[in-house]
Design a binder for this molecule. Structure first.
Ligand code: TMO
Length: 328
């Protein structure tokens, strides 16, 4: 009996030592290899959206945080609503804030004080109406938007009647296309693709048949490595164009301009994330995505056909110096 008790006692001691071990893992001791002691013991919440570079880079950021000892949780999110969600603490960060698509939604929460502009990536972005270069033979005067408008019937489909079709992205990317068509008085109708893949399959089909097409595209993306093409040149972007009807050629409506031609790419984080997980924040703040990195991530999925996780793994194998520097 006595022996049995001693064995049990020893067993309990071993168990509690194991418990201590996992405490150390969760709490850390401030070394670079693990979460800092101040970090809350919870997963970092990273949103996932509906375009390839974002999905791959989310996986990369998650793997880098995992490397540093953090847990990660992915939260599928609407790419406009995510900024209010970040303000509420439902996600911790947005590492691909594209100015053209999300500048307004992001800035609203920054102004409210609950979202912090944490990093401007070493990247220049543009999100705009775009066409493959051969369309210039069918519609002389491109890339000027007025020339495009004069050829509007060329882009008409059964769906759009005698108006040209602009094939837009999923509705959560850009809110301004219909407003722009109105603001500039264009003979176009916006048809939104349900998902990014639809843009690329329609582009493929148009190119194969030398057919006119104008669709939403952006840079950096895989497209520039595969197709020759240009963005439509609308009147130059200005902040007031989105808010002040009096600005621009149309005195009564906003959006009588294009998207920013030299847009930013930023990382935003929730103030709650900085407060609750300063160690994880220090890593996230160092994450820097270049044009080259984003185009490569997108190509691994959309050209090479890899799954998101395999693409992230490949990109990390090819770019060890970059992501290791984020670890600090
Ligand atoms: C946000 N996006 C890159 C799809 O334009």
């Amino acid at each position: 009996m006595r022996k049995l008790l001693m064995v049990l006692f020893a067993f309990v001691m071993v168990l509690s030592a194991c418990g201590g071990g996992s405490d150390t893992e969760a709490g850390g001791d401030g070394e670079a290899a693990g979460p800092s002691a101040e970090d809350a013991d919870r997963a970092v919440k990273i949103p996932t959206h509906n375009w390839s570079s974002q999905l791959v880079s989310a996986e990369v950021v998650g793997r880098v945080l995992t490397e540093a000892g953090y847990e990660v949780e992915y939260v599928p999110s609407d790419s406009q609503a995510v900024y209010a969600a970040m303000c509420e603490g439902d996600v911790d960060l947005v590492h691909e804030v594209w100015e053209g698509a999300f500048g307004v939604a992001f800035q609203e929460q920054v102004d409210a004080g609950c979202v912090i502009d944490a990093h401007t990536h070493n990247a220049v972005t543009r999100e705009e109406w775009w066409y493959p270069t051969y369309v210039e033979e069918q519609c002389p005067g491109l890339p000027d938007w007025e020339a495009l408008n004069e050829c509007s019937e060329l882009f008409a489909t059964a769906e759009t009647g005698d108006k040209g079709r602009f094939l837009g992205g999923p509705v959560d990317w850009l809110k301004g296309d219909e407003e722009r068509v109105e603001g500039l008085g264009m003979n176009f109708e916006v048809v939104n693709a349900g998902q990014a893949a639809t843009l690329w399959s329609e582009l493929d089909a148009a190119v194969a048949n030398n057919e006119p097409i104008v669709l939403f595209n952006w840079t950096p993306n895989f497209v520039e490595a595969v197709y020759d093409g240009k963005f439509i040149e609308f009147p130059e972007f200005a902040e007031e164009c989105r808010t002040d009807p009096a600005w621009g050629t149309n005195p009564d409506l906003t959006h009588d301009c294009g998207n920013p031609a030299n847009g930013y790419l930023k990382t935003g984080v929730g103030q709650h994330f900085i407060d609750e997980m300063p160690g994880a924040y220090a890593i996230v703040e160092r994450v820097d995505l270049t044009n080259e990195a984003l185009a490569a991530m997108a190509a691994l999925v959309d050209v090479d056909g890899l799954e998101v996780e395999a693409a992230a793994e490949q990109w990390m194998a090819d770019n060890e110096a970059a992501w290791k520097s984020w670890l600090g």
